[in-house]
Design a protein. Structure first.
Length: 250
């Protein structure tokens, strides 16, 4: 069974639960008690969830779900890159992301779904961080995700530039995988069509040969019937039987 993006309401509920798990891990009770990078990641997701859920977003629930799932997948990769040596699974957020999006080993994400998710996410983020929501214009000096800091620290708690780098890379990879899959599907369809055509030609040929053999058999039977029903030829002249005279000694 292929992976399907959950409904927006289900994603929000699942995120709320996993957020609680992350914050209360090791008896912590506030988001501010988390490490700087975990605080930044969770704060980013909090802002994103609230922004997407706003009546002013102008997005469908499907788009909201795709964008949030895409961002979760990017954050997941950021955690893996940061903690690859000490195991990303030590992170409660890393363990929680598959639960939020309902992904497991039995429902792998197909290339088209991945491409759609990352494309929707990239389109949305491009509009959020550029002047007039135009990716062709310069970046805003201050946007929703640019100044996530913890405890008024000077350093940023969330590396938005890193997030965008991973997002762009993920979208490109997903596009290549989608194109490869579509190319493979076309080849398989052409091969199946060719096979079906050959089988049809073979069937037509066999039926023609069968019909030809049946026709020959019928003709032979008809000839036999004609010859066997033809009466023996009779003489058209009257002939009288004259017994032979006995011949004696000469």
């Amino acid at each position: 069974m292929a992976f399907e993006v959950p409904a927006w309401e289900k994603i929000k509920e699942a995120y709320k639960e996993q957020r609680r798990v992350v914050i209360t891990k090791n008896q912590k009770n506030r988001i501010e008690d988390l490490s700087d990078d975990r605080f930044g990641q969770l704060k980013f997701l909090d802002i994103l969830e609230a922004t997407l859920d706003s009546p002013l977003s102008g997005l469908s629930d499907k788009q909201k779900a795709n964008i949030f799932v895409g961002s979760l997948l990017v954050v997941e990769q950021m955690i893996e890159a940061r903690y690859w040596a000490t195991s990303p699974d030590n992170s409660a957020l890393h363990r929680g992301i598959p639960l939020i999006i309902n992904r497991n080993d039995s429902n792998k994400m197909d290339p088209l779904t991945g491409w759609t998710i990352f494309t929707d996410t990239l389109d949305y983020m491009d509009k959020q961080i550029h002047v007039d929501n135009d990716p062709g214009k310069p970046k805003l000096r201050n946007h929703l995700f640019s100044n996530i800091r913890k405890d008024e620290k000077a350093s940023l708690a969330f590396d938005h530039d890193k997030y965008m780098t991973v997002l762009v890379s993920s979208q490109k990879t997903a596009r290549l995988e989608k194109d490869d899959k579509e190319s493979q599907d076309i080849k398989e369809a052409e091969a199946a069509e060719k096979k079906a055509k050959l089988e049809e030609e073979k069937r037509i040929k066999q039926e023609a040969e069968k019909a030809k053999g049946h026709s020959g058999g019928v003709l032979s039977t008809l000839k036999h019937m004609v010859w066997s029903s033809t009466p023996a030829p009779t003489s058209t002249t009257d002939e009288k039987f004259t017994p032979a005279e006995p011949q004696g000694p000469s």
